[in-house]
Design a protein around this ligand. Sequence first.
Ligand code: UD1
Length: 416
Amino acid sequence: MDALRIRGGKRLKGEWTVQNAKNAALPIMAGAILTEGKTVLRDCPRLSDISDMGEILRTLGCGVHRDGGTLEIDPGGLCGYEMPEELSKRIRSSIFLLGPILARFRRANVSLPGGCEIGLRPIDLHLSGLRQLGVQMEEEGGVIRCDGRNMHPATVHFDYPSVGATENIMLISAVSRGETVITNAACEPEIICLQEFLNEMGADIRGAGSEKIYISGVEKLRKVEYTIISDRIFAATCAAAAACCGGDVLLKNTEPSHMRLMLSMLRDAGCRVNCTDDSVRIRACDRLRGLGKIITAPYPGFPTDAQAPFMSALCTADGTTVFVENIFESRYKHVSELVRMGADIIVDGRLAVITGCNYIQGARVCASDLRGGAALVVAGLSAIGDTVVDGAEHIDRGYEKIERVFECIGATIKRV
Ligand code: UD1
């Protein structure tokens, strides 16, 4: 297993081209099986979550090839409606394939996803959406057998705007006859990206980015070449690192409108933030200011995925910040590690109270989830002395060569 060794306290300066969004790529990869033609994804990040999804597609009979940044999916050999049990238990994103497989075969068997390091993450909203479309289900021994032979268009209402469930219903309805409407849909930029991708394949979808999405099913989708959006959480992680390391960092291939709230918080903390259409420049102040209350919420609220990296940056701010984590119930696993580095953080249920201290110190810490792991890297960059972050494989799920990113903008960081 890899670890990252960081010599902290260096000022970050320079520019970096932000990778494209893993969370946009995963549902799009699932959408590739809705057509018989090839899907070509340009500038698709090299991440273990992406290769795991590719592995599941291969198991289902698809051809998946990577050439540099280009990922090609050929669903010509798609032959099964049973999702491989081991892989789908291990990889939550396999759930994105449920809608597309049902669309292709009118049947799908899927194993219940296992527990997850950041909380329970059930799939009840995905299943409720499919039931509202007339899909029948029975569960036996942890496997859900779905029968979509009586599927019909409907208004699908979600009690909660789940990102993944919204995407699943968009995927299946894109090629199901009739008009489906999703109400209380998730509004994340990744949903707009999925709409754009499907429409380029010939689908007829409107409304993504709002709470109501209208999908007129079409008979067939065609092959497509597509470039996914930039990764706002990756950009937020780099911005948080720049903010607490006295940095001056230009992030290229960044969409500032997707990061409005995060950028305004960095400004409130004292940073200078300048944006163009496709870049963000962060210039840190001497010492960040605590931010009062940060509440994670569905988009356009503060993203739960940025909670951990921002928390690391605010450990050495002047004043207090209180996080209220409203999306996932166990998303404070990085806190005990930050406390080992000298941070003053008290957790009470969904609340985490951070009282800024003058400095944090390097330590040997362990990543136990993707964003929490990235947060430990941010902390290590700003700490005095050496930090070793064990469990780098968690970070590799969502950040392409994180050590290269920070090394290029002035950090001393090595994979060991
Ligand atoms: C997506 C993102 C993830 C991000 C999350 C919230 C991907 C691949 N992942 O995850 O990085 O943290 O959005 O912005 O895009 N829930 C249920 N039942 C369900 C589905 C979800 O109770 O059937 C709950 C979850 O446990 C969680 C909340 O709803 O508490 C939000 O989940 P959801 O929006 O579905 O997130 P994901 O799509 O899993």
